[in-house]
Design a protein around this ligand. Structure first.
Ligand SMILES: [Zn+2]
Length: 295
């Protein structure tokens, strides 16, 4: 079987769901050593003539690595080194927008990055890395994800939304949420901005499916419940809807992968660094160039 060019990044829950639903058989699992440290283990799934790789960003068992401590550079680099050209990520942000309810699925179209302490570029001290962000998420994958949600039929979904990325691991205060809302954010989470920007730096297509897991603080009045986090912020019917929407992941991925696997990319994500190639600052092997000034 040809080497996979498609990668999926999600949580351990997403991994279990894909494995349990026989959305491919797991053939191999390996972490990759990169110039930026060791990546999370990367699993190779194979199914019906196509294959993809999966990485669980928060750990293999549950939630061992919180967002500020994920090695994003190693994870995205590892995908690139394994030949991945397109990534779909799965995450569960909170809603800042009354129209996005818990359990709704959203294909985000823009990002506000409010993270503060992360290594978020491969081009430190290199004079490189000025790249446009007119489409922070790959428009080609976005379109296919929207089509897949439409065909899935039994879910509430939204074609766009602005994702704001905070540093974490703490959640946001009501005053912060009010401010983010004024900035134009619809969802708040802690991971996508860093992944999306790093993927673009390596000319990998990156797009995301967001499952709204709760309303952010101050958007809807939800009292504090001892020993509970997001589940304590949901009504029973909302909890059920979130659970139902999680189970749609394999179907959405399958539809999208069938459409895009092996197809020629028509978007501009793969040309993000072209300007530097044209003016002779870098050669054709982007990873080799980065290695040369990172080690
Ligand atoms: Zn793209």
């Amino acid at each position: 079987m040809a080497k996979p060019t498609f990668g999926v990044i999600g949580g351990s829950r997403a991994y279990d769901l894909l494995a349990q639903n026989s959305f491919g058989t797991v053939r191999a699992t390996n972490p990759v050593t990169t110039p930026f440290g060791e990546s999370a283990p990367i699993h190779l799934f194979e199914k019906d003539g196509y294959s993809y790789r999966f990485l669980s960003r928060h750990g293999e068992e549950g939630y061992e690595v919180t967002a500020p401590f994920v090695n994003y550079r190693a994870n995205i680099w590892a995908m690139a080194e394994l030949g991945i050209k397109q990534i779909i990520s799965w995450s569960q942000p909170g809603s800042l927008n009354q129209r996005l309810n818990p359990g709704d699925l959203v294909i985000p179209d823009d990002i506000i990055d409010s993270s503060t302490k992360r290594e978020s570029t491969y081009y430190k001290n290199s004079g490189l890395g000025f790249i446009r962000m007119s489409n922070p998420f790959c428009p080609e994958i976005r379109e296919e994800l929207i089509t897949a949600l439409y065909s899935a039929g039994n879910c509430d979904y939204h074609n766009d939304g602005v994702y704001l990325c905070t540093e974490g691991p703490r959640l946001e205060t009501p005053a912060e949420i009010k401010m983010y809302r004024k900035w134009g954010a619809d969802m708040v989470g802690m991971t996508l901005a860093t992944e999306a920007f790093l993927a673009r730096e390596l000319e990998i297509c990156y797009s995301s499916i967001c499952l709204i897991s709760n309303f952010a603080e101050g958007i809807k009045e939800r009292s504090f419940k001892e020993g509970e986090l997001f589940e304590g912020m949901l009504r029973e019917d909302e909890k059920n809807k979130v659970e139902r929407s999680i189970t749609l992941l394999p179907e959405i991925l399958e539809t999208t992968l069938q459409k895009l696997s092996g197809a020629k990319r028509t978007c501009d994500c793969g040309k993000a660094m072209e300007r530097y190639r044209k003016n002779g600052k870098i050669g054709d092997d982007l990873l080799a160039e980065i290695r040369s000034f990172s080690s």
